[in-house]
Design a protein around this ligand. Sequence first.
Ligand SMILES: *Cc1c(COP(=O)(O)O)cnc(C)c1O
Length: 456
Amino acid sequence: MPKTLIEPFRIKSIEPIRVTTRAERERMLQAAQLNVFKLRAEDVLIDWLTDSGTGAMSSRQWGAIMEGDESYAGARSFYRLERVIRDLTGMPHFIPTHQGRAAEKVLFTAACKAGDLVPNNCHFDTTRANLEYLGVEALDLVIAEGLQPSLVHPFKGNIDLARLEALLHKDAARIPFGMLTVTNNTGGGQPVSMANIRDCAALLHRHGKPFVMDVCRFAENAMFIKMREPGYENKTVREIAQEMFSYADGATMSAKKDGMVNIGGFIVLRDERWLEPVRNGLILMEGFPTYGGMAGRDLEALAVGLEEGMQEDYLRYRLRTAEYLGERLDAAGVGFVRPTGGHAVYIDARTVLPEMPVQHYPAWALCNALYLEGGIRGVEVGSVMFGKRLDDGTETYHSMELVRLAFPRRMYTQSHFDYAAEVIAEVKDKAASIRGVRITRQPRQLRHFTADFEWV
Ligand SMILES: *Cc1c(COP(=O)(O)O)cnc(C)c1O
């Protein structure tokens, strides 16, 4: 077998991307107040802002779009997707929503009350926000290894079972259910092992608590288990995913990730415990139970996408792509969160800009430099995103300064990754000329999306 791992698809329909000059990019970044969120997408050459809903659908999915049954109640498209989801998850109740955060909102509104506490390996930001909005405490219990960027561990998304057990002894009355997020997005797209999923479920069940999974990247997680966990090397990704689901009592999903579609989500439930309030909440907040938040055509595209997202040659290419960029960064002396995760590579900006003080937001500065140098858009995960300006004008800073490059599914080829690796290496060589930034205007919450900056 040749060693080169190729993209397991060919291209039928293309979308041009525009090469700009450095002078143009300087003008456009200035017009965006040095905030890449405010760039127009058509002014970006390689857009790695997020992998959420940004991927390419297949010709089979586009074909399925035409099959969409847009009936208000009882649409054929609902029953088709229900069959696919029941077979995958083994759970009888499928509730479609418009995206993952809507699934969270509907489920949490039905299952939690103010004062409750929900443990997870790491809550994704919308999961945390939906819980906190209801007055529920969202607690992260990822293993200590999961918090050390340069430490290599096969399952850095695992939950710390000893801490979970202590919590169940101490605070049982406040805990409506426990969660695991697969893969652990917040922790760098790191997988959770089957043993950890199984033990977490057993521990919760011993204490009479249901187990809910956030399964946005269930297929990537299953592929990591196949590649890294002894005993799973000869199982199919579908079998591994089915086993993962078999331990859970319910799950929330953003179909914009491993559902391989541009919009959609769902809840699945094993029993009737929350079904009635979930259905009522769905009708109130999303739509009638057989379409929820989705059009019939989107239900069809998802039915195909869930199957395609589990294809092993696709998953091998996807995980290898991130790993390959990691190898190129390594060769250039650029640090990143190790091992590379499923959907993204997180550059450690401190290894590129070791001298820049945190007050000048080095990860934000690196993000801007990647755009200026090569038209690449990533996202800062550092002190702009997680720091805060206090009322007395002082700031708190984040413990890490990372730039996340998240890869849309089936969109970019190896030459795009080679190009990006060259741009990053070039930026590292020119690090001495990279300027930091200061904030000139910021909202009180989620400041990274809309804040304005100037060069220091
Ligand atoms: C994207 C994501 C969500 C939220 O899904 P949306 O479709 O963006 O609303 C929840 N959890 C995780 C782990 C995610 O990655």
